[in-house]
Design a binder for this molecule. Structure first.
Ligand SMILES: [Ca+2]
Ligand SMILES: [Ca+2]
Length: 542
């Protein structure tokens, strides 16, 4: 289980080796002068408002292969020599120490600055993203926000056993902004020249941080690439525990193999609804598969023949439907049809007596135990349906303003000329894309001129059959940063986002991802493996 968790979390790290780079603007050397640092020496850094600088150090690094730190690991090869500047910040009185790292290429700087976000409970990058950025010519900055690794939540509670609100604020909102302020100064100090453009990139927690920047610190970045964003944190972080709550309350624990039988059947049934049997569910909103169709079906799991029961189908129906109150009011989106079910509905191996128990995904489990219950020993398997509703509402009441990251007022970001670009997999097993498009719909409602005006500065692209942060290399690839730099620097708004996707048969196919709310439909002729056989249209609502 742990290995699986790490594999999917690692998907949030741009694995350079696995990414197929399309011909892009970001890969071109910039024509303008590219200053080299006079030397790798610690620059003077003015403390961002509310902070004090504890130390500034600089060290020349040889580059080469960079190994990612912590549980996410990963590596990037061929990184040129760089200057590493480390600035430690504190918020006086809070006793925190946030480490802001900036990596500056010693040669070939492209004139751009890039801030990098984190994954799960990791606030920043583990080195792989920084190395990839330097390799691409960027000067790059990240911060650890004074917290821990991706699954390290030891910082959640203070010595009194209460929520450490200072560290939560670091993680939720302020440290990323402070890193941007510091990183830009470091670039200026080391190169003797300000960056021409500044960008932010992140997926999952990193995506959420990008949205927080756009909402609260609209002047920090010219362009923000915020993928599969963990916005609506207060809601979905509880909602992702729902599959476990369903299994425990229904006392039914389908195996991974049985869950996958439901997903495979649904994908197969929904594939042709978009006009092309291409192994992709292009319009997920049309996919409405009744899990009861599988009752009585026999599936072979690890050599054993199992029969799908009505109880199994009921569990899947509730997980796809998503959390509801006991009176039937919908609380949040469920796991999307087509997304991996065992990711959140994982099981522990049977004990000596053959009893099976759920293995909750550690990220929402920690959120409930620590930030909601303030009790690290709280057993999430005891949560009833009515207690689930209470936890969900508690999370909204206490944390919406802290980490919800769902303020639809992007007028200042828009006025500053910023561009916000997002892609997300429609088979995201951790963060349903429904929350992301719901946010965009709210921005549209809030913006005079509606969707057309929003398209001028904020676009969302959905990727069929793609898992959480999957286009970073596991499920396919796209070059969102190239599209973003072209938008920011040349005013070319991306109408589509060219991508490589992996269809249900495991084949790589090219597709132009459509800007939400448009969906991809088959033209009726031509190779279904080619993007040119499809076009983007507004979906038929039904
Ligand atoms: Ca299809
Ligand atoms: Ca909220």
């Amino acid at each position: 289980m742990k290995k699986k968790v790490l594999t999917v979390l690692a998907a949030a790290v741009p694995l350079a080796a696995a990414v197929v780079y399309l011909p892009t603007a970001s890969a071109e050397p910039r024509a303008s002068a590219t200053p080299s640092p006079a030397g790798c020496v610690a620059p003077s850094v003015k403390a961002p408002a509310g902070t004090a600088v504890e130390s500034v150090t600089a060290a020349r690094q040889a580059g080469g292969t960079i190994q990612g730190t912590g549980v996410l690991g990963g590596s990037v090869t061929g990184v040129p020599a760089f200057c590493q500047v480390t600035v430690v910040l504190t918020h006086p009185g809070d006793g925190d120490h946030a480490k802001v790292q900036t990596w500056l290429p010693l040669t070939g700087w492209n004139g751009r600055f890039q801030g990098l976000g984190g994954s799960a409970y990791l606030a920043g990058d583990n080195g792989v993203g920084l190395g990839t950025a330097v390799k691409g010519g960027y000067a790059a900055t990240t911060t650890d926000a004074g917290v821990g690794d991706a699954l390290d939540t030891s910082w959640a509670l203070n010595a009194k056993g209460q929520v450490d609100t200072a560290l939560l604020k670091n993680f939720a909102s302020r440290s990323q902004h402070e890193a941007a302020v510091v990183g830009k100064q470091v670039v200026d100090g080391v190169f003797g020249k300000q960056a021409s453009y500044s960008y932010f990139t992140g997926c999952s927690t990193g995506g959420r941080q990008g949205y927080m920047e756009a909402q609260r610190y609209p002047g920090d970045f010219d362009g923000i690439l915020a993928d599969a964003p963990a916005v609506n944190w207060d809601e979905f972080e509880v909602a992702t525990l729902w599959p476990q709550v369903v299994m425990n309350n229904e006392k039914t624990y389908p195996t991974d193999c049985e869950f996958n039988a439901f997903t495979d059947a649904a994908v197969k049934a929904c594939d042709p609804l978009d006009g092309a049997k291409d192994g992709l569910v292009n319009d997920a909103s049309r996919c409405d598969f009744d899990p009861r169709k599988l009752i009585g079906t026999k599936v072979v799991c690890k050599g054993e023949t199992l029969t799908i029961t009505a109880a199994d189908a009921n569990v899947v129906r509730k997980i796809w439907d998503g959390p509801r109150t006991t009176s039937g009011e919908k609380l949040w989106a469920g796991v999307p049809i087509g997304a991996s079910l065992p990711a959140l509905a994982g099981l522990n191996p049977p004990d000596a007596d053959g009893n099976v128990t759920g293995a909750p995904f550690p990220v929402p489990q920690a959120w409930v135990q620590l930030w909601l219950k303030q009790d690290p020993s709280f057993d999430v398997s005891t949560i009833t349906y009515s207690q689930f509703t209470q936890l969900f509402k508690q999370s909204e009441a206490e944390y919406d303003k802290v980490i919800g990251t769902d303020d639809p007022d992007l007028s200042s970001f828009r006025a500053s000329g910023g561009k916000l670009l997002t892609w997300q997999g429609q088979a995201d097993q951790y963060i349903p894309a429904d929350g992301t498009v719901q946010y965009r719909d709210q921005v549209v409602r809030q913006t005079r001129g509606g969707a057309q005006k929003v398209d001028d500065f904020y676009r969302v692209f959905l990727a069929p059959n793609t898992a959480h942060c999957g286009l970073n290399g596991l499920d396919g690839s796209t070059d969102g940063l190239a599209a973003l730099t072209s938008w920011v620097e040349h005013g070319k708004a991306p109408r589509t986002l060219p991508a490589t996707l992996i269809n249900a048969s495991g084949q790589a196919v090219s597709r132009d991802l459509c800007a939400y709310p448009e969906v991809s439909v088959y033209k009726g002729h031509g190779d279904t493996a080619a993007a040119s056989s499809f076009r983007c249209v507004l979906p038929h609502r039904h």
